[in-house]
Design a protein around this ligand. Structure first.
Ligand code: MG
Length: 357
């Protein structure tokens, strides 16, 4: 089964992210929700969809695929995913082992898994593991609002929509306390996005939030690759530590896990190498007694692929859902949680076809 074409589609839609919002698109300053969709076609009639990270970087990753990665895929055997992604990684390794090239290879990997499952006539999760969960619980990943009243209002809205786990991207303690008061029984994941410059600041923060039902503190220090610093924060913190969304390779996770830096590993399927890399990290994490809760605040095939992985792996964990209402989502209503959970598609492959704008 040979690859005959690789095409990229930059999908852009407007979005709202909560009543009374005071910021501009959260900490990423998003004005629109961008998704980079990648379609791989084969001479056997099967096609697959992948997604490369993402957001305002979509055009840059698209360029890496259009100019470098896509042309290198033409004529290659779509069935041997490991061989193809290894060839791509080696051919382009000196253009960066983290960033648009890796994100583009991730998209190809996801599309090839879609093709493999379609060719087998089964939903992707059936190829990945035995758990076969028909439904995966979701957690609401709120954008950063920066105002306590907006945080409380959106936490209440998330509860109203059925979520029972919430992530904040706030750094202000008043905002986090407001969330805890609005939902005292709900575990709060606290994503700092590397805001603290020193370990001391990070540890002080972890101690301050420990009484507020904090499930974990995420990416506590700058820079994200300072694994030793994360490990020292973890050793001193009363709250579990999560990280990994900025890792570009499985090897980065090896180092992170060997250093015992995290309680929760967070590979991002559209960044770290696709479904193949996610499965490798899952196995590594499981062996080390570390939770696997992937990073996936996006809306295309990357989110859908993550859903399949979480339905298949042994330990049940929730899927991240970015708390934003899209004017036109790539999969329409299919990946919008109902009652705080998402049902797995049953059709072969990823199970849904994206609707291009
Ligand atoms: Mg994060």
């Amino acid at each position: 089964m040979r690859i005959t074409s690789v095409t990229t589609h930059h999908d852009r839609t407007g979005f709202t992210y909560g009543a009374g919002e005071s910021g501009v698109g959260g900490n990423l300053h998003l004005r629109a929700m961008d998704t980079l969709l990648v379609r791989v076609e084969t001479d056997a009639g099967h096609h697959g969809w992948g997604e490369g990270f993402g957001f305002t970087l979509a055009e840059t990753t698209k360029d890496a695929i259009d100019r470098l990665i896509g042309p290198a895929c033409i004529g290659q055997d779509a069935r041997d995913i490991a061989a193809l992604t290894r060839m791509l990684a080696r051919r382009f390794h000196n253009f960066g082992r983290n960033g648009p090239v890796t994100f583009g290879i991730s998209a190809i990997d996801i599309a090839l898994w879609d093709i493999r499952a379609k060719a087998a006539g089964v939903p992707l999760h059936a190829l990945l593991g035995d758990a076969a969960r028909p439904v995966v619980p979701a957690y609401a990943s709120l954008l950063r609002y920066g105002r306590a009243d907006d945080v409380a209002r959106n936490v209440e809205e998330a509860l109203r929509r059925g979520y029972r786990r919430i992530k904040l991207h706030e750094v202000d303690l008043g905002c986090i306390r407001a969330a805890h008061r609005a939902a005292p029984d709900v575990p709060l994941m606290l994503d700092i996005n590397c805001a603290w410059d020193t370990e001391a600041e990070a540890i002080e923060f972890c101690e301050a939030v420990a009484g507020w039902n904090a499930a974990w503190v995420e990416e506590p220090v700058w820079p994200p690759e300072d694994i030793a610093a994360i490990a020292r924060v973890r050793a001193a913190s009363p709250v579990p530590i999560a990280a990994g969304e900025c890792n570009g390779t499985v090897e980065d996770f090896c180092r992170m896990l060997e250093a015992r830096a995290v309680d929760v590993a967070q590979p991002s399927v559209t960044k770290v190498g696709g479904v193949s890399a996610l499965l490798e990290v899952a196995e590594l994490a499981r062996g080390m007694g570390v939770r696997l809760v992937p990073h996936c605040p996006y809306f295309g095939p990357g989110l859908l692929a993550t859903l399949h992985v979480l339905a298949a792996v042994e330990e049940a964990e929730p899927i991240e859902i970015y708390f934003a209402d899209l004017e036109r989502a790539p999969y329409g209503p299919h990946l919008v949680p109902q009652g705080g959970a998402i049902a797995l598609p049953t059709a072969p492959g990823l199970g849904f076809e994206p609707m291009l704008g």
